[in-house]
Design a protein around this ligand. Structure first.
Ligand code: ZN
Length: 568
């Protein structure tokens, strides 16, 4: 190792450090088991570095430290123990057969980080790193924020339950909703101010041993804010409390923003940001973000979907998974309709479990999803579709999209006819076939009226059969184990999940406006089990070997529901 490091450019000397030095924080905190002191010449001046490895080296990257971390001031990517962040371990693959190569490459990258820091070349990187420096400040306190960041200076509030942590929120309602606070739990509330620094603002993080003075803070705020933001801020600097909090937002160079807070204690008769304001103590607040603008994209969800209203008809096996995936995708308000109660027989292919047996499926879905995901509101309607429409419990025009997973073709054909007679948003019908041979999602009323569920069901030999079906017509798949009351169609949870995935992806693409026509998508599964049970496949199944089939022109020219006669 020593020889490998000695060959590096700029390295003047290498000496292995005494094992005793591994007890020092820089080594101990990072589990360094072997280390070297390097003298490297930077701008003609010798500078001390440490080079250390963990036991897992060369399966992990070596650590490189600046022996005196702030000898060049605060540099981007150099932490307070001297650690130089020169690479992300995530996603880098190490050639562990070339130990010397790894060491040399790491060292040259680390030196480059320091050189760029001294010259100011990577100063912009502070914007992406700011949060990391801030969270390590001395005396920092941790607060949670569910404030929706935006472009405007605004009044926000700090909520505290006795003995609990502090939460910053836009208003009482969003705080209560997020925390699901019981009405009898008392909390205290203080006004606070949200201050978004404009894009292009560059701030050097404070030195951990010497936090900003009041004048520094005022300068950062007032030197950077736009004129409209300044006047809004001045209007909020009203008669202060003994303690005042500000929440600042700093746009990152890559994307999004870093939130950080400052608490002023012992405030005099003016707000500390006011030129006559004073505070006896200034405390940095590290902010744990729990706002939806941060959490949704972080979890792979789509922020653009948050305002969309979706109605899901049917919460059986397929519908249950759709409800789950729609909300995880970022649909924050979902109305679910199903009249059925969850039974033990449902358990092995339903998203809900034993805990909800005996309850309405829609109430179970609400309880389950809202218990797992913040910001989501599920509105349950424990009625049949007919009753809900008749009683006015649902109004078609209230939604951006309707998904029907009722698993009842007759009711769905009636509903399809109904929505073609009124002003309706796009509707997706989804269903699956027995023994895992496939599932379907049909999109209708998306831009064009041409193409509907009825298009698939034209009478043939006095029988209605589905043109999209993968099973040959005239077969029965209903099974019963214990008399007619217990009839069921054989399919498994994986088949339901796959169909739900097909329908949910189609729903999201439709809501995002990525699909311009009506279409049908099908997944085509394995027919082994189906054939073992002596069943026959349709020509549609046999005509293709593809796993995924999409047809944009599924409409039937003479369809009595969606066919529009030419006007003369
Ligand atoms: Zn039609």
């Amino acid at each position: 190792m020593k020889e490998a490091l000695e060959t590096c450019l700029l390295v003047k000397s290498v000496a292995e450090l005494h094992p005793k030095r591994l007890a020092e924080p820089w080594a101990k905190d990072r589990f360094v088991c072997r280390s070297y002191k390097l003298v490297i010449e930077l701008n003609g001046v010798p500078v001390d570095f440490y080079f250390g490895v963990k036991k897992s080296f060369p399966l992990s990257l070596p650590y490189i430290f600046l022996a005196q971390w702030d000898s060049f001031g605060i540099l981007p990517h150099v932490e307070t123990d001297g650690y130089i962040c020169y690479a992300q371990e995530d996603g880098s693959v190490l050639d562990f057969d070339d130990v010397a190569g790894i060491a040399q490459e790491a060292l040259s990258r680390a030196i480059q980080v320091v050189v760029d820091g001294i010259s100011g070349k990577n100063h912009q990187d502070f914007l992406d790193e700011f949060g990391a420096y801030w969270d390590r400040l001395k005396k920092v306190k941790f607060f949670t924020s569910i404030v929706s960041p935006g472009d405007q200076v605004k009044r926000i509030h700090l909520y505290k339950v006795k003995g609990g942590a502090g939460y910053l929120a836009d208003d009482e309602q969003s705080y209560k909703k997020y925390r699901k606070i019981k009405p009898h739990v008392p909390w205290k509330h203080y006004p606070a101010i949200y201050i978004p620094l404009p894009i292009g603002t560059v701030i050097t993080p404070p030195h951990p041993d010497k936090f900003w003075e009041l004048l520094d803070i005022r300068k950062i705020v007032f030197d950077n804010l736009r004129a409209d933001q300044k006047s809004e801020l001045l209007s909020l600097l009203t008669k202060p409390h003994h303690e005042e909090v500000i929440l600042l937002s700093l746009p990152r160079a890559s994307d999004g923003e870093t939130l950080f807070g400052i608490k002023f204690k012992g405030v005099n008769h003016e707000h500390p940001l006011h030129e006559a304001g004073r505070a006896s103590e200034i405390i940095p607040l590290a902010i744990t973000r729990r706002d939806k603008e941060y959490l949704l994209p972080r979890g792979g969800s789509n922020l653009a979907l948050r305002e969309k209203r979706v109605l899901l008809l049917g919460c059986g096996s397929v519908g249950g998974f759709i409800a789950n995936e729609l909300t995880r995708a970022g649909i924050l308000r979902l109305t679910v309709l199903d009249k059925d109660v969850l039974t033990h027989e449902n358990l092995f292919r339903h998203v809900l479990g034993k805990k909800h047996v005996g309850k309405n499926k829609v109430d179970g879905i609400k309880d389950d999803i809202e218990g797992r995901l913040p910001f989501v509101e599920v509105l349950p309607i424990p009625l049949s579709l007919e009753n809900a429409l008749e009683s006015g419990k649902i109004k078609i025009g209230d939604f951006d999209l309707i998904i029907s997973a009722l698993g009842n073709v007759t009711v769905e054909l009636v509903f399809s006819k109904y929505i073609h007679g009124i002003d309706s948003p796009p509707v997706i019908f989804t269903w699956l076939e027995p023994y895992g041979i496939g599932g379907h999602a049909l999109l209708t009323r998306n831009g064009s009226k041409k193409g509907c569920l009825k298009c698939l069901y034209q009478p043939e030999d006095g029988d209605l059969r589905c043109r999209a079906s993968f099973a040959e017509k005239g077969q029965s798949f209903a099974k019963n184990i214990n008399g007619c009351r217990n009839v069921f169609t054989p399919f498994g949870s994986l088949d339901a999940m796959k169909t739900a995935e097909l329908a949910t992806r189609l729903a999201i693409a439709t809501l995002n406006g990525d699909i311009k026509t009506n279409l049908i998508r099908s997944w085509r599964g394995d027919a082994t089990e189906f054939l073992k049970n002596g069943k026959k496949l349709s020509s549609r199944y046999s005509a293709s070997n593809d796993h995924f089939i999409e047809e944009a022109n599924y409409h039937f020219e003479e369809c009595p529901v969606c066919h529009e006669p030419e006007t003369v």
